[in-house]
Design a protein around this ligand. Structure first.
Ligand code: TRP
Length: 456
């Protein structure tokens, strides 16, 4: 199968860019079919190209219900433009009313990048959060924390570890016998990051969306699976309507009426099923068919659209009964901007990217040297036209520096037709990049006093 060549490695140095095949292989949903009010630049340009269960979040917003946003940063170097895409998305969700939590992955970076915890702390503050403030995240509605300091995150990671095994991690991440255990621990802590905002102490049960680059999807697949495995009640499509299935597990058997000897306590079981029926009828359904013997409850008049609300009601019942009641996280994925040189953008290769703290003279140099989609000679370029899809200067305007869609389209056409030359494209990009970066630097100064508030 062609698909087998496609892989995603969150720690790797290369990245598949065949986005439609990624969607297909990993069962993502395309953003093409999602209609969004007031889309951001990255939405309008297809840079945010896929999601999982984003509808839960959009629905919460529509109904005026709360939802949260969680993402993380790896404090291992300087913040570059690629990192700013996630913050763009976080900011957008914040404007839509989401509360924001950001994990500093100091445990991950100490384990996988050899950065000490104190160094990680400094990098997070001075490189990342200083820029978050400048990029316009609202400190009153954003909480940044350190993995090493939020014990509940580590505890959750441990508890969830029980629901997976090495074979699953091998399948998701391609691990083998020589894999360093830091790479086993980090995803479990990350699952803790992703799930903890819905715990009662951190805002309670509500949809949580995780905006990330596509390289992080393996962690979301793992986390969604872990959450689902803890659930006491599952909601599935049935021949008619929806069916709730009860999952008897080690830690809920007694509560569900299954005694240690395997015998079923009918009274307890009856009570459990009547609580399920109550929870569902509170949503307005009247044709509920309870079948304790089969461990199921059917709701013939419910449709797929009702799944979300029924699931929420049952998660909250699960919590009342003593379970964790974890909702699988939603997520959105952005594409990767190509590196300046045409390779992957990477903090460890400074020539491949623009850092948010770069001097203007360095920026100019990098863009001048950037990979071009133009022809070898002016004469040929006029005749054959350039390729904006390969032209780094154009791509950077599209991803980062040019807000005006109409103007961008004109530039695109102008380049293809040969009217705009590669040098002119670079010049346009330089002007916008230098403006953008000097604005940001000014804002960094203005907002420096806000940095502390992100950690409160
Ligand atoms: N692993 C992420 C990275 O490499 C950082 C991270 C830690 C994260 N926890 C997270 C991202 C939770 C999203 C959600 O950048």
């Amino acid at each position: 199968m062609m698909n087998d060549e496609i892989s995603i490695d969150p720690w790797g140095s290369s990245q598949s860019t065949d986005y439609s095949r990624i969607i297909e292989k990993f069962g993502l949903s395309s953003m093409d079919n999602v209609s969004i009010e007031s889309p951001s630049r990255l939405h309008r340009r297809g840079v945010v190209f896929a999601h999982r269960d984003l509808d839960l979040v959009l629905e919460a917003k529509r109904k005026g219900n709360s939802f949260g946003v969680l993402t993380g940063l790896m404090p291992s170097g300087k913040m570059h433009l690629g990192h700013s895409m996630v913050i763009d998305q976080v900011k957008w969700f914040q404007e839509q009313g989401g509360d924001v939590t950001i994990a500093v992955a100091d445990l991950e970076s100490t384990a996988t990048r050899g950065i000490s915890l104190s160094e990680g702390k400094k990098i997070a503050r001075e490189e990342y959060v200083a820029n978050y403030a400048a990029l316009g995240l609202d400190p009153e509605k954003t909480t940044v924390y350190f993995q090493s300091e939020r014990s509940i995150v580590q505890k959750l990671g441990f508890q969830l570890g029980k629901r997976t095994n090495l074979s699953e991690l091998e399948a998701i991440y391609g691990f083998d016998g020589s894999t360093n255990l830091a790479h086993v621990q980090a995803p479990l802590v990350q699952a803790g990051d992703i799930l903890h905002p819905q715990l009662d102490e951190y805002g309670g049960l509500r949809p949580i969306v995780v905006p990330v680059g596509i390289d992080q999807d393996p962690h979301l697949r793992l986390t969604r699976g872990l959450a689902a495995k803890t659930n006491w009640f599952n909601v599935n499509d049935a021949k008619m309507g929806l069916q709730v299935g009860v999952s008897i597990q080690e830690d809920n058997a007694a509560i569900m009426g299954v005694e240690a000897n395997g015998r079923v306590n009918k009274d307890v079981q009856k009570q459990v099923f009547s609580r399920i029926v109550d929870a569902i009828s509170a949503l307005g359904y009247s044709d509920i068919m309870s079948n304790p013997k089969h461990g199921t409850v059917n709701i013939p008049s419910a449709t797929s659209k009702d799944k979300g609300a029924i699931r929420m009601a049952l998660l909250s019942l699960e919590r009342n009964m003593g379970g964790m009641g974890l909702l699988a996280p939603s997520s959105t994925y952005h594409r990767f901007a190509v590196g300046m040189t045409g390779d992957k953008m990477s903090s460890s290769k400074p020539k491949t990217t623009l850092f948010l703290g770069d001097e203007i003279s360095a920026v100019e140099k990098k863009i001048k040297k950037s990979f071009s989609g133009g022809q070898a000679t002016i004469e040929e370029h006029r005749r054959l036209g350039g390729d904006p899809d390969k032209d780094v200067a154009y791509q950077y305007m599209m991803y980062f520096f040019e807000e005006d869609d109409k103007f961008l389209e004109e530039v695109n056409q102008g380049y293809r037709s040969g009217k705009i030359l590669a040098g002119e494209m670079k010049q346009m990009c330089i002007e916008r990049a230098t403006q953008w970066l000097s604005d940001l630097s000014e804002k960094r100064d203005e907002s420096a006093h806000l940095v502390d508030r992100f950690f409160e």
